[in-house]
Design a protein around this ligand. Structure first.
Ligand code: CU
Length: 196
C-alpha cells in the first residue's frame, strides 16, 4: 500500500479517537461538568500537561506531513523513481523551442513545421517510462502547449512559467497543436513528442 494512504488512515483514525476520547473524558470523568464555581479551579497543571502533550503531537504531525510532501515530490526521485529531469518548452512565432538541462549543460533545439500537418524537423524525444517536468512559457505572444494523448493543454504565457509532470508510459509518436491563436502561423507549429 502506498505510504500516503497509510498515513491518511493513521491521521483519520487518530482524529476520530481524539474527539471521542476527549468527549468521553468530559462527559464521564470530569468532576466539574455542569459545575459553576466562584474560584479558579485548580486545573493549571493538568492543562499545562495537555497543552504540551498536544503541541508535541501537532508538531509531529506537521513533521510527518512535510516528510510525506517531500517524498511525494517527483523531482526528489523517490515516489517516481524514474524522474528524468526538466525540460523547458518555449512557444514562439511560430515554432516550439525545447531545452533540457543535463549535468549543468543546456542542450536545446527548435522544432519547426516541416512538411505535412503534423510533421516537424525536430521532435521532442523522451525516454520510455520517464517522468519529465515540463516548464512551459512563451517568448512572444500567448500560445498553448496541447498534447491530446496526455490530456494536456497548458497555456504558454509570456513572463510566466506553467509546469506539469509528464509520465511517458506509451511508446510512439504523439502529436499535438498549438491551441491558442497566436498569429498568422498558428496552424503551422505542431507539437511532436516521440517516446522512445
Ligand atoms: Cu498558436
Amino acid at each position: 500500500m502506498d505510504l500516503i494512504v497509510v498515513y491518511m488512515w493513521f491521521v483519520g483514525i487518530l482524529i476520530c479517537l481524539w474527539v471521542f476520547f476527549s468527549l468521553a473524558l468530559n462527559l464521564f470523568f470530569s468532576p466539574f461538568v455542569g459545575c459553576v464555581s466562584l474560584g479558579r479551579l485548580k486545573f493549571d497543571y493538568f492543562e499545562f500537561v495537555l497543552v504540551v502533550l498536544f503541541s508535541v503531537i501537532i508538531l509531529l504531525l506537521i513533521f510527518f506531513n512535510l516528510l510525506i510532501m517531500r517524498s511525494h515530490n517527483p523531482s526528489r526521485g523517490f515516489y517516481f523513481s524514474s524522474y528524468s529531469g526538466s525540460i523547458s518548452v518555449v512557444g514562439r512565432q511560430w515554432y516550439w523551442e525545447y531545452s533540457h538541462l543535463v549535468n549543468g549543460v543546456i542542450s536545446g533545439l527548435d522544432s519547426y513545421y516541416s512538411c505535412f500537418v503534423d510533421c516537424v524537423d525536430n521532435g521532442l524525444n523522451l525516454g520510455y517510462k520517464g517522468v519529465y517536468c515540463l516548464n512551459i512559457t512563451s517568448g512572444d505572444v500567448l500560445h498553448s502547449f496541447s498534447l491530446p494523448a496526455a490530456n494536456m493543454k497548458i497555456d504558454a504565457i509570456p513572463g510566466r512559467i506553467n509546469n506539469v509532470f509528464l509520465y511517458t508510459n506509451v511508446l510512439g509518436r504523439h502529436v499535438g497543436y498549438c491551441s491558442e491563436f497566436c498569429g498568422a502561423g498558428h496552424g503551422y507549429m505542431p507539437i511532436v513528442v516521440n517516446v522512445l
